[in-house]
Design a protein around this ligand. Structure first.
Ligand code: DGT
Ligand code: MG
Length: 242
């Protein structure tokens, strides 16, 4: 059946332009990601990283080529199943005025406290929550407690985890985390056995990943792990040394 089961992702000769525009944002991109793999997407601002992510849960459709999940063209899959199994943590964490608990279970109102807590532990935000005045009932947002950028990012990750996604897309969602917290987070995500794609501008994140895809100007310039890219990609080496 055409559902997301394992979380294998395959791009074949994918090109993309936003509807109504002439600019090619992605050009002839091909790669495969195995279930459970953690892959970092590295590239300068405007390289096309967020655009690439948007093609996976079909926020946009490809202009050319094909995106497959578990062997099926995403255009043939049920949108509801696709959106449920692909967790997309956006570049800007969007919290609303309400309790921490409500913010995490948003969109999955039947989530139990056990599920919410597990998601928070794995997102490395549980301890912070336990130190808030009313723990999970603490209000955040305008009239509530203000959270730091990194705390908001982790709440936003917990919100994605509570839905038990098979594919997790983190759009620069760890930019405000220190290296140690980030490493713990990526380790915990492995426990979820979900395929994790993480957009980053930080080499430290790329080093933690199983593999790195390097984007430049809408093209896939290189792929491999840290050690192999250091040998094969001049651009990667320059980013690493800068
Ligand atoms: P970042 O977030 O600054 O690190 O950059 P990326 O790598 O996420 O870049 P991305 O995919 O947001 O943008 C790639 C190109 O696509 C860039 O020329 C801006 C353009 N673009 C992005 N979002 C939209 C959109 O919603 N509509 C149109 N027409 N163009 C967009
Ligand atoms: Mg972006």
């Amino acid at each position: 059946d055409l559902t997301v089961n394992e979380g294998k992702i395959e791009f074949t000769n994918v090109s993309f332009q936003y509807p109504g525009t002439a600019e090619m944002v992605l050009e002839d991109i091909s790669f495969k990601i195995n279930p459970g793999e953690t892959v970092a997407i590295l590239g300068a601002t405007g390289a096309g990283k967020t655009s690439l992510f948007q093609l996976i849960p079909r926020l946009y459709d490809v202009t050319g080529g094909i995106v497959k999940i578990d062997g099926h063209d995403v255009r043939k899959m049920k949108m509801e199943n696709l959106r449920r199994k692909v967790g997309f943590v956006p570049q800007e964490a969007l919290l609303f005025t309400g309790s921490v608990k409500e913010n995490i279970s948003w969109g999955k109102e039947d989530a139990t406290m056990v599920e919410i807590t597990a998601a928070s532990v794995n997102a490395q935000i549980h301890e912070t929550i336990m130190n808030l005045p009313q723990q999970y009932d603490t209000r955040v947002g305008q009239k509530g407690v203000n959270l730091s950028g990194g705390q908001k990012q982790r709440l936003s990750i917990a919100r994605a985890l509570v839905r038990m996604p098979k594919i997790l897309l983190l759009d620069d969602s760890t930019s405000a985390l220190d290296m140690k917290t980030e490493a713990k987070l990526l380790g915990a995500l492995k426990e979820y056995t979900c395929t994790t794609l993480i957009i980053t501008q930080k080499i430290s994140t790329a080093i933690e990943a199983d593999r790195i895809l390097l984007l430049e100007d809408g093209k896939l310039l290189a792929e491999g792990d840290h050690d192999s890219l250091l040998k094969t990609s001049g651009l990667y080496k320059r980013i690493f040394q800068s």
